[in-house]
Design a binder for this molecule. Structure first.
Ligand code: SAM
Ligand code: SF4
Length: 345
């Protein structure tokens, strides 16, 4: 048994398997939680934290490992089987490996994933695998070292690329690259990314830049609609793959000559929200039903004791029913989200 599990009551009720699952009023089903471990980040991505991370005055502390395990147990009781650790930069959390180990041991959790900027990944990948990480998304917005530095504020492209190989060598088989494609910044690299993926058994997620409260000027200058990417893919002979049941909003493409695949995440496209299977909890315990909603709902008061599990499960179930049918991004409304690091992208 891991150390966090030692510190909490193993007999607390968490009847995995008895639930009929978690869904909302529109019948969208949820099997997957994105859990932020910190809003802190060491990178300064131009669309996210261009001036670097600043701790908000009076901000509550991050959830403790014990609170996290209680939270994950409640979601597992409701049939969720996959957790993605994210942030900010989740690996900056000192107890990252301890938390990953504890979460991966929660009954019902079958897949533990993480999203990272790849900082120090070459030396840490093995410890992530050993802690239970089986899927990793690594953010790479440019394959050109100077451009990578321009976008992230860090001259670390080589380290992040080495991190891909280290993750694979460590045994993490499910590896994805996240790339935010931006007009006049890296859009001219689309063919380079396609070649990169064609040569490797890897999946590339091309993400449309999203407008948040902090980046309206940047968004206006650099937003590139997802159709520009799909048009290019189709020109080069990539074809749309059939939708797998339960898949999220990414639209996937493959090519007969390519080892890897491409997924397009285009939140401004029609019907994007109809297949939304995402729920998020911020590092301080706020439940976010949409990235672009009006602030989260605090679950922390129900994470104090192991004996609040039933109440927590009931609260999550009731709140999930209220998930909005769609964000209002097309109308220029980004909700209360200053930047994605604040909630967990
Ligand atoms: N720091 C980690 C990373 O960058 O991978 C995890 C957190 S980050 C918020 C998660 C993902 O959100 C990254 O792939 C990042 O590129 C993406 N992202 C952040 N802000 C975004 C925005 N405004 N529009 C689209 N994607 C964004
Ligand atoms: Fe940090 Fe990720 Fe935001 Fe970049 S996208 S600033 S790495 S949280």
């Amino acid at each position: 048994m891991d150390r966090v599990a030692d510190r909490i009551d193993a007999k607390a009720p968490h009847p995995v398997g008895q639930s009929t699952g978690l869904s909302d009023a529109l019948g969208r089903r949820f099997e997957y939680l994105r859990l932020s471990l910190t809003d802190m980040c060491n990178f300064r991505c131009t669309y996210c934290l261009p001036d670097g991370y600043r701790k908000a005055k009076g901000a509550p502390s991050n959830l403790s490992p014990e609170e996290i395990v209680r939270l994950v147990r409640a979601f597992a009781t409701l049939g969720l089987w996959k957790i993605r650790l994210t942030g900010g930069e989740p690996t900056l959390r000192k107890e990252f490996n301890e938390i990953a180990g504890a979460v991966s041991n929660v009954p019902g959790i079958r897949r533990l994933a993480m999203t990272t900027n790849g900082y120090r990944l070459p030396e840490r990948a093995q410890s992530f695998y050993d802690a239970g990480i089986r899927a990793i998304n690594i953010s790479i917005d440019s394959l050109d070292a100077a451009k990578f530095k321009q976008i992230t504020g860090h001259a670390r492209l080589e380290e992040v690329l080495d991190g891909i190989e280290a993750a694979r060598a460590a045994g993490i088989e499910n590896i994805k690259i996240n790339t935010v494609l931006m007009r006049d910044l890296n859009h001219m690299e689309i063919d380079d990314f396609l070649e990169f993926v064609a040569a490797r058994d890897i999946s590339l997620r091309v993400i449309e830049v999203m407008r948040t409260n902090d980046n309206p000027g940047f968004f206006k200058s650099h937003h590139l609609p997802g159709e520009n990417v799909t048009d290019r893919l189709e020109q080069l002979g990539w074809t749309r793959l059939p939708r797998v049941s339960g898949a999220g909003p990414a639209v996937e493409y493959g090519h007969a000559d390519a080892k890897g695949r491409i997924g397009i995440i285009a939140p401004y496209s029609k019907d994007f929200c109809a297949s939304c299977n995402r729920l998020r909890v911020s590092a301080t315990g706020k439940f976010h039903l949409c990235l672009f909603g009006d602030g989260g709902i605090d679950l922390r008061p129900l994470l104090v004791s192991d004996h609040q599990q039933d109440e927590l499960v009931a609260r999550i179930t009731a709140l999930t029913m209220t998930k909005a049918p769609s964000h209002l991004l097309q109308q220029g409304n980004s909700g209360a989200t200053p930047h994605l690091a604040s909630i967990g992208g």
